[in-house]
Design a protein around this ligand. Structure first.
Ligand code: FUC
Length: 778
């Protein structure tokens, strides 16, 4: 590589990173200090590989992820349960025999017994998403001034710039989808030294030669979740089992590279380009990652060779073009922020926004587009959707295994996908639903006694696990809920409405019909109405009139709302695809479903009886499913009023994803000011988890890097927030589009372009002083 002059170097910094069209103003998150914590670092990703950029000056830290790096092996249903040798787990084949007993207990109103028996309907836990490792880059020490760290979400690039003892340094980062590579360019005014090493938390070997670090490693073939005290090891390793991987980091430089044990030293360089690739042996949810694994070593070598053959600027140009193909589909303007405020670092703006109630429409718009950025960056791997943390995870035992939690979280991840014009990202999830529908047949039969269709409990993983979790000791309030597949399948019809892609609907129809078939098999009749028994209302607990606190009942509203939606989607799809008799069967069942009830307080009743809630302000609100994301409450003023009452009882204090959901609920109910208040609540500043200063702020909200705080970090709130803004600006049904259904006073004038609707059309919209000035459906 030729030594660059300072002039060329400085001019080279800008052009590739600029180039926004007037429609999409440059949107950046920017900071005046390196990140000390994950919740301050900047996420980059190409839908498979992820990087968190800390922007350190003496020691740069880049956390690495590959969305296919999980513990575990293909889920083996029966065998899996036996393998665990867990005394509390009901042997495979026997679980469903408890269902008649549970139903009898419920018929006799013996809720404690029903609750106890539910534990027989619990299988194993999901596996765990793993970090890949960390790239450390050591730089010379000195006094740092003029520091700036930036994430440009218009181009999906990050950069760090500073003076060290008066010498200018700059680093640029992006993760290329066309090249499957993480790319880092280090620039300096004067020749400098740097040391590169990869820290890998898995069993591995490392070799360094020819300007490359090559790591071969493997993950545990089984892991228990952090919250479950396993009898032996929390993670179990065997070199002949589990997902294997090869990581290659190569450096190209105008300086000199020397290799020593596990690290590379670059000396006398003004420009160095690091390319990091990784391939895993994961070859699909049903393939053994060793015996039937992908040739990961060859793949990594091929990726490294391809990325190395291209010049930095070519890589950057291709990356930006690829990313903007998706990102530029939607632009938004919610008003201008005071330029002085806008110049402040993003975390400072966020604090002021929370503390002073300051107006900051550009920050609000940035958060909206950030959700789209995060989805493009984390959802482009077939059958492997964005998990609880998208794809950014540094922990070996991450919270909730960083898995797919299906009683809200996975679905919320995909709420913005269609409406903000990212259907390709949604298709990744539809592929996953297809995978789930395979193993879900055994789950429906074994745990629910339903021999048609498929079912899924409240957790899953890369192996498309479907069994209810809990190992016989889980609390039924979260462990016993077989409606994961029912909820997820409603995404199939949503995708069709927005895209009108009939060919894709045909591919997905079997999964949707299978979920609907499960509903038909699971429903039972009581007093002439169809209900579920047993039922739970995700994670909520009731208090019966006799004072019993429990979760198990019959005829829960949430179950029936989800079943209503799934059956009606399946019936509509069946009509379209000429499956008349099934459409009729589904509609006949819908007509017999127990209707919604309004409780004495005027709220939408959650339980079959008008019982009290153990925690009336609980974060979950699945009984409002029919308001959002469902459609069965819309247009019924009494039910809408009751849903608003339920939200009023719940209040505004809640976790990140719950805030995101409530923005959507209020927007769908047309309560613009509450939707906006909830959005501001979602954007409440939360300190990094590891920060322990006396001024630490905890709870649900938003971290300095604008990632969602459940807390801990969970990405669903970001996605819920993005969907929520869209829902405030445009509401659609299969036959209608309503502009500005919930426009708050805070955004008197603005515009949005490119939002998609359930009519299959795209909407451009502008307004001034609250009045629509432009409305185009194309
Ligand atoms: C559900 C929620 C929790 C958390 C977890 C991942 O169990 O109730 O709040 O989001 O999923």
């Amino acid at each position: 590589m030729k030594r660059l002059s300072v002039l060329i170097l400085l001019s080279a910094m800008i052009p590739g990173l600029a180039g926004c069209t007037p429609d999409t103003p440059h949107m950046t998150l920017h900071y005046d200090a390196p990140a000390s914590f994950f919740e301050e670092a900047l996420p980059l990703g190409n839908g498979r590989l992820g990087a968190m950029v800390y922007g350190g000056t003496v020691e740069e830290r880049i956390s690495l992820n590959d969305i296919t790096l999980w513990t575990g092996e293909p889920d083996r249903g029966a065998e899996h349960v036996d393998m665990l040798q867990c005394p509390d787990v009901t042997p495979w084949g026997e679980a469903a025999s408890y269902i008649p007993q549970i139903r009898e207990a419920l018929d006799a109103e013996d809720y404690p017994l029903a609750e106890q028996l539910q534990k027989h309907l619990q299988g194993h836990f999901s596996e765990s998403y793993q970090p890949l490792g960390t790239m450390w880059i050591g730089h010379p020490e000195g006094a740092v001034t003029e520091y700036r760290r930036e994430l440009d979400i218009s181009n999906a690039t990050a950069m760090v710039e500073y003076l060290m003892d008066g010498r200018r340094f700059r680093e640029e980062y992006f993760v290329s989808a066309p090249e499957s590579a993480i790319v880092v360019r280090m620039l300096s005014e004067s020749p400098e030294d740097a040391t590169l090493r990869l820290e890998i938390p898995h069993p591995h070997t490392v070799s360094t030669a020819d300007g490359r670090i090559v790591v071969d490693g493997y993950t545990a073939w089984h892991a228990y979740p952090g919250y479950y005290a396993a009898n032996g090891e929390q993670r179990v390793y065997d070199p002949q089992r589990g997902i294997h991987f090869r990581t290659i980091a190569s450096v190209e430089t105008d300086g000199k590279v020397t290799a020593s044990e596990g690290s590379l030293t670059v000396s006398g360089a003004t420009e160095s380009v690091i390319r990091i690739v990784n391939a895993t042996s994961f070859n699909g949810f049903d393939k053994d990652p060793v015996r039937e694994g992908r040739p990961y070593k060859e793949l990594a070598e091929a990726q490294a060779a391809s990325a190395s053959a291209k010049l930095y600027h070519k890589l950057l140009k291709a990356h930006i073009a690829d990313y903007r193909h998706y990102f530029d589909r939607v632009s938004i303007d919610l008003g201008d922020t005071d330029p002085e405020v806008k110049a402040l670092p993003t975390d400072v703006q966020l604090k002021r926004y929370a503390d002073m109630g300051e107006a900051n429409p550009e920050l609000e718009a940035l958060y909206f587009q950030y959700g789209r950025y995060l989805l493009i960056s984390s959802s482009r791997t077939e059958g492997v959707p964005a998990n609880l943390q998208g794809l950014w995870n540094e922990r070996m035992d991450p919270p909730w295994s960083c898995n797919y939690t299906v009683n809200i979280n996975l679905e919320e991840n995909y709420w913005p996908a269609e409406v903000t014009a990212l259907p390709e990202m949604h298709e990744v999830m539809l592929d996953f639903i297809h995978n789930l529908s395979q193993g879900g047949r055994a789950t429906a039969s074994n745990y629910c006694g339903v021999d048609s269709g498929w079912a899924l409990g409240h957790n899953s993983d890369i192996w498309a696990m479907t069994s209810p979790v809990g190992l016989g000791t889980g609390d039924p309030s979260w462990a016993n809920w077989p409606l994961g597949g029912v909820w997820l399948s409603t995404h199939i019809w949503e995708h069709y409405l927005f895209t009108r892609d009939k060919a894709r609907l045909k591919e997905d129809y079997a999964a949707l019909k299978g979920a609907a078939r499960f509903c038909l098999g699971w429903l039972v009749e009581k007093d002439g109405e169809l209900i579920t028994s047993p039922a739970t209302s995700p994670e909520n607990r009731y208090i019966t009139d006799k004072g019993f606190h429990g979760a198990t009942l019959y005829g829960g509203t949430a179950d029936l709302a989800m079943i209503r939606e799934c059956l009606s989607d399946a019936a509509a799809a069946a009509d379209l695809l000429g499956d008349r008799s099934f459409a009729e069967e589904a509609r006949e069942a819908i007509s017999r479903l127990r209707p919604y009830h309004i409780g004495a307080d005027g709220h939408l009743q959650e339980w079959y009886y008008d019982w009290a809630d153990e925690d009336p302000r609980h974060r979950h609100q699945s009984h409002l499913f029919g308001v959002y994301p469902g459609h069965s409450v819309e247009g019924d003023p009494d039910l809408e009023k009751a849903a608003l009452k339920s939200l009023e009882i719940k209040g505004f204090e809640t976790t990140g994803w719950s805030c995101g959901w409530r923005v959507n609920l209020y927007a769908r109910l047309g309560d613009a000011e509450s939707a906006y208040k909830m959005y501001r609540r979602l954007l409440r500043y939360v300190s990094p988890d590891g920060y322990t200063g006396p001024d630490a702020r905890r709870g649900g909200g938003t971290y300095p890097n604008l990632l969602d705080a459940h807390s801990p970090f969970q990405i669903d709130g970001n996605f819920g927030g993005t969907a929520g803004i869209a829902e405030m600006l445009v509401r659609s049904t299969p036959i209608s589009v309503t502009p500005l259904p919930a426009l708050p006073k805070a955004w008197p004038s603005g515009s949005v372009k490119g939002l998609r609707t359930r009519t299959g059309k795209t909407v451009d919209l502008a307004w001034q002083d609250g009045q629509i000035t432009k409305f185009r459906c194309r």
